[in-house]
Design a binder for this molecule. Structure first.
Ligand code: NDP
Ligand code: 8X3
Length: 252
């Protein structure tokens, strides 16, 4: 029986790159996101190319009731999840705290923190029952430091950092691995989402430097997941060579 990876936020960027890489390694996949057509296209492509099986879940990680419905109706063989990649997340806006949009704050907190918790609450139960599994939480450089106007996004990723450490302690007796992958700048849809579709502003983020690409992060995730059973990588911080900290960047 092939291994199973459940990837949240699988419709673009890092999640989509992980789907490709894990499919290439022969994993069956549970792909979750809100954009149904992207899930359909990706599932078909991966099934045809790699002869694997893919389950698609169109769900919003912020909606616990709906999320748990879709996960709990999976056939029992699909609940034997080996790897959970808690990747769904986003930033909205880049404003000082006194000018922040509270709806943006709610969206970031509900997705990056509560969505990750909701998914983990359900899937970690399956993992504790089988006494194995690996949870990979996608944090950020923004979870290690703060930068101007990053306030709430940084707070959500600091929360992911704390939850990653807590999960490792709580799940230790069950033999479950827990890893945080913390990227610096990766060129995905992230900046387009942060700036609400403003492509020009999004592109400017990467002006004059070579950012990471989604596959760089997927390869790091594959590396941590493919270590021997007795090895857990707790935490990995991965930056573009041209980025020293959240804000110190060597632009040409
Ligand atoms: P993308 O915008 O390309 O991908 C984000 C993914 O999250 C999409 O598949 C989106 O799918 C999904 N998503 C967002 N909100 C929800 C929701 N409410 N329910 C379900 N899925 C959701 O960005 P990245 O690939 O860059 O981001 C992936 C993760 O990496 C995020 O957690 C981000 O914070 C983190 N990260 C990104 C960095 C970067 O520079 N790009 C750096 C550090 C961390 P859909 O819209 O279909 O629901
Ligand atoms: C995304 C990277 O630098 O915008 O987490 O916070 S950054």
């Amino acid at each position: 029986m092939s291994k199973i990876a459940l990837i949240t936020g699988a419709t673009s960027g890092i999640g989509a790159a992980c789907a490709h890489l894990f499919a290439a390694q022969g994993y069956n996949l549970i792909l979750l996101g809100r954009r149904e057509q992207l899930l359909i296209d990706s599932a078909k492509h991966l099934e045809d190319k790699y002869a694997i099986e893919v389950k698609k879940i169109v769900a919003d990680v912020r909606d616990y009731e709906n999320l748990s419905y879709h996960l709990e109706i999976l056939p029992s063989q699909w609940k034997k999840v080996d790897v959970l990649i808690n990747n769904a997340g986003l930033s909205q806006g880049l404003d000082p705290i006194d000018k922040g949009n509270v709806d943006d704050w709610d969206t970031m907190i509900d997705t990056n923190v509560k969505g990750l918790l909701y998914t983990t609450r359900i899937v970690s139960n399956w993992m504790t029952a089988q006494k194995s599994g690996h949870i990979v939480n996608i944090g950020s450089i923004a979870g290690k430091e703060v930068y101007p106007n990053g306030n709430v996004y940084c707070a959500t990723k600091h929360a992911v950092d704390a939850l990653n450490k807590s999960m490792r302690i709580d799940l230790l007796p069950h033999g479950i691995k827990v890893t945080a992958i913390n990227p610096g700048m990766v060129e995905t849809e992230f900046s387009k989402v942060r700036f609400k579709g403003d492509e020009g502003r999004a592109k400017k983020v990467y002006d004059g430097l070579e950012p990471l690409i989604a596959n760089d992060i997927a390869e790091a995730i594959w590396f941590v997941v493919s270590r021997p059973a007795h090895v857990n990588i707790n935490d990995m911080l991965i930056m573009p060579t041209a980025q020293a900290t959240g804000t110190i960047i060597n632009r040409k």
